[in-house]
Design a protein around this ligand. Structure first.
Ligand SMILES: Nc1ncnc2c1ncn2[C@@H]1O[C@H](COP(=O)(O)OP(=O)(O)O)[C@@H](O)[C@H]1O
Ligand SMILES: [Mg+2]
Length: 498
């Protein structure tokens, strides 16, 4: 076929705009991923401050604003930016790959996207609506005064008079109000944003290159409320490594692609740190942490390198990988920029990797597992329990000899107290590692005499021996609780005969 024939055999068949936008709205952005994509653009625009404002009425969240004090856009830049598939070559600081982020993120939650921006002296704005797109991509121009007003705020710590942008979602239709009301919905969404943005931008937040604030506002125009600032969540910030020989660098050579550095960490077991728990999903947060331009793209997941992605025993294994720009054509991102799509030989290369000090990758995983399992064993048996303080010194020493194993012990305090349950004779306080005994029992046993710190040692020791196992959290079952209630009642009855 020559050129002419080829031309005559082809026709341009543009998509049905209405169906296309409806399909694009379902691409699968979560709320926090969508907001994060807007913040990403703010960071590209060199913003120092970002404000995310959720606006609500009595029934629902109806509008969202993301304001930033970055460099803003001129009118011609804005016009190009609104295009689906805007392609601006902004060099290696950008994560924008498809020129779609702002639009897709917004339409995944709302039916109107308005962009107001100030650059130099002029303010301008553009608006997409689902209906405008459906009617063959009709983009609305927002009058300059309206754009000026929208950027005037007020926004805390920001002045957008000279430059900056305000992205607005209105007619939000994809944020369900929880059955507990708008208030509860707002606090859930704030929590989700705190984890996602705190993680995704943790390097920017830690180095104070960026501050992200959140607030909410009733649409009747009242003052903003619930103002809070996003704190960095660094998934590698622990006090002491779970294994002293870690972290270690595993250089990975991927055939025909190049070398990358994978820094493998082992978290200390039992960590309560929010940076370990990451929204209470530690087991699904093991694996790779891929960074690109200091943004954390993927926070956990094994990308096909291991079979069981969320095996709880390997929860302590986290590996940081900084992807250089030169790898962009091999390591792709999904549209939401939340997952890295690794090149096919990656899994094998990673499995074959050995650290500088000779640890194989598989060894690293089994070491992480050993550290975790040790935690399991420790949590169940730990060091032997011994009664603390409430016994005559000589008896306490003997008890330590008999009950302890000569090295470390866990003391349990025994005190006379007024118990929260007036019918109970004892209370096992696992948090404080304290056995509380009912004061009235002591009075009765001492026959009204004044007691001393170390009185009634036989009673204390016997109760300690009876209840020792209940200081292990693992044994704290509903059935055992019932048994303890019954025991307490039985002892109360016995006490009547003293
Ligand atoms: N907050 C902002 N400040 C300045 N420019 C922005 C902002 N948000 C978006 N833009 C411009 O809009 C363009 C399109 O954004 P987007 O749809 O997210 O695609 P991408 O980020 O992939 O380029 C960006 O390349 C940028 O030029
Ligand atoms: Mg973008």
């Amino acid at each position: 076929m020559d050129d002419k024939e080829l031309r005559s055999a082809r026709q341009s068949v543009p998509p049905n705009a209405e169906q296309l936008i409806n399909a694009l709205r379902q691409i699968g952005y979560s709320f926090e991923q969508a907001v994060s994509d807007l913040v990403d653009n703010c960071v590209n625009a060199k913003a120092k401050n970002v404000l995310i404002r959720l606006q609500y009425d009595d029934q629902a969240i109806v509008q969202l604003l993301v304001a930033d004090d970055g460099h803003g856009m001129t009118e011609s830049l804005l016009q190009r930016a609104m295009r689906f598939g805007a392609h601006e070559d902004i060099g290696d600081l950008s994560l924008g790959k498809f020129g779609m982020g702002m639009k897709l993120a917004s339409f995944s939650h709302a039916k109107t996207l308005s962009v107001h921006t100030v650059s130099g002296a002029s303010a301008c704005g553009r608006r997409w609506t689902v209906e405008g797109i459906s009617r063959n991509w009709l983009l609305e121009e927002i009058p300059s005064e309206e754009a000026r007003e929208a950027t005037a705020g007020p926004f805390p710590s920001m002045d957008l008079a000279r430059c900056g942008s305000v992205i607005e979602w209105s007619r939000i239709d994809r944020l369900a109000t929880s059955k507990n009301g708008v208030d509860a919905t707002l606090s859930q969404l704030f929590n989700r944003l705190r984890v996602h943005l705190g993680l995704h931008f943790h390097r920017f937040l830690e180095s104070r290159r960026l501050s992200i604030r959140l607030d909410s506002q009733h649409v009747d125009g009242s003052e903003a409320d619930r103002a809070t600032e996003i704190a960095a969540l660094n998934p590698f910030r622990y006090d002491e490594s779970g294994a002293p020989e870690f972290p270690q660098n595993f250089p990975v050579t991927i055939p025909e692609i190049g070398k990358i550095k994978a820094i493998a960490h082992i978290w200390p077991p039992n960590s309560k740190s929010p940076e370990y728990k990451l929204g209470n999903r530690a087991a699904s947060r093991q694996g790779f942490y891929f960074y690109r331009n200091d943004r954390l793209i993927q926070a956990g997941g094994w990308n096909g390198v291991v079979e069981h992605e969320t095996e709880p025993h390997t929860s302590l294994a986290r590996i940081a990988v900084d992807l250089p720009e030169s790898m962009d054509e091999h390591f792709g991102l999904n549209v939401q920029k939340s997952l890295v799509i690794v090149p096919p030989p990656f899994a094998e290369s990673m499995q074959a990797a050995t650290s500088a000090s000779g640890v194989q990758f598989s060894k690293y995983r089994s070491l992480a597992e050993r550290v975790y399992r040790k935690k399991d064993v420790r949590a169940q048996t730990d060091y032997p329990l011994v009664p603390d303080g409430a016994l005559p010194a000589e008896l306490a020493r003997r008890a330590r000899d008999v009950l302890g194993d000569g090295s470390k012990t866990r003391p349990v305090k025994i005190v006379w107290d007024e118990l929260s349950d007036p019918g109970a004779l004892f209370e096992v306080d696992r948090e404080e590692m304290c056995l509380r005994l009912d004061k009235r029992m002591r009075r009765k046993l001492l026959g009204g005499k004044r007691g001393t710190q170390t009185d009634l040692p036989v009673v204390k020791l016997l109760l300690f021996l009876l209840l020792e196992q209940d200081f292990d959290k693992a044994r704290h079952s509903a059935q055992r609780r019932k048994q303890l209630d019954a025991l307490s009642e039985l002892l109360s009855t016995a006490l009547r005969f003293e």
